[in-house]
Design a protein around this ligand. Structure first.
Ligand code: HEC
Length: 185
């Protein structure tokens, strides 16, 4: 996996070095390129408007989490329109640190929020291999988190790698890449 990520990072860096004309090439990378970053910003805007993220986000009930997401989690499912396309969205707020109690999270969400991970089902053709899911991992302020190789975590994250969002979620029962829906079934 590390090898794959390094190669991708190098391709993106080379594309950026060649300026605007090369932006299209960077967009061809599975994740982290300019198109992915721009889409992630639009998605975050929609999430804050729907009050699924950001300072005015609605509260859910935090529950004990599993790795890798966090010690306490809140998960929301709904449909949302982004850039004229309406699709299903799954939003997971990841709270910590390890061992944190539900009451502590409820008492001060902002202090305990580590990341917001999101799956948004994009238009047909975006990523037919993986049900057109767009993946993003945001920090609480809406900026994108990065992996150890410095790649921004947005787009077809770690597509083709043996670890990461797509690899792990492709093992979710039912073949829909969704885990939580299986727990409540
Ligand atoms: C090693 C496995 C693994 C990796 C890697 C992983 N996830 Fe998950 N993800 C899970 C599990 C397990 C759940 C269910 C957690 C729970 O609520 O108890 C989950 C739940 C979610 C959910 C809620 C919808 C659902 O599937 O139930 C979202 C959204 C999500 N993950 C996004 C991401 C994103 C974005 C990434 C990459 C940045 C990522 N995940 C990486 C295992 C993983």
């Amino acid at each position: 996996m590390i090898q794959t990520l390094r190669t991708t990072a190098t391709a993106a860096a080379v594309a950026l070095a060649f300026g605007a004309g090369a932006a299209t090439a960077a967009d061809d990378t599975p994740f982290g390129g300019p198109e992915s970053q721009e889409y992630a910003a639009t998605l975050w805007q929609a999430l804050t408007e729907e009050r699924l993220a950001g300072d005015n986000a609605i509260d859910g009930v935090p529950y004990r989490g599993t790795e890798p997401h966090g010690a306490m989690l809140e998960t929301f499912f709904t449909t949302m329109t982004v850039d004229g396309h309406t699709g299903m969205v799954a939003v997971k707020r990841n709270y910590g640190p390890a061992g944190v109690e539900q009451s502590a999270v409820q008492g001060n969400r902002a202090e305990h929020l580590g990341a917001v991970t999101v799956m948004f089902q994009r238009e047909d053709g975006y990523d037919p291999d993986n049900m057109n899911w767009f993946w993003a991992k945001y920090l609480p302020d809406g900026s994108l988190d990065t992996n150890p190789a410095g790649m921004q975590l947005a787009g077809r994250v770690a597509k083709g790698a043996d670890q990461g969002c797509i690899a792990c979620h492709s093992a979710a029962p039912g073949g829909d890449y969704l885990y939580v829906t299986d727990f409540v079934r």
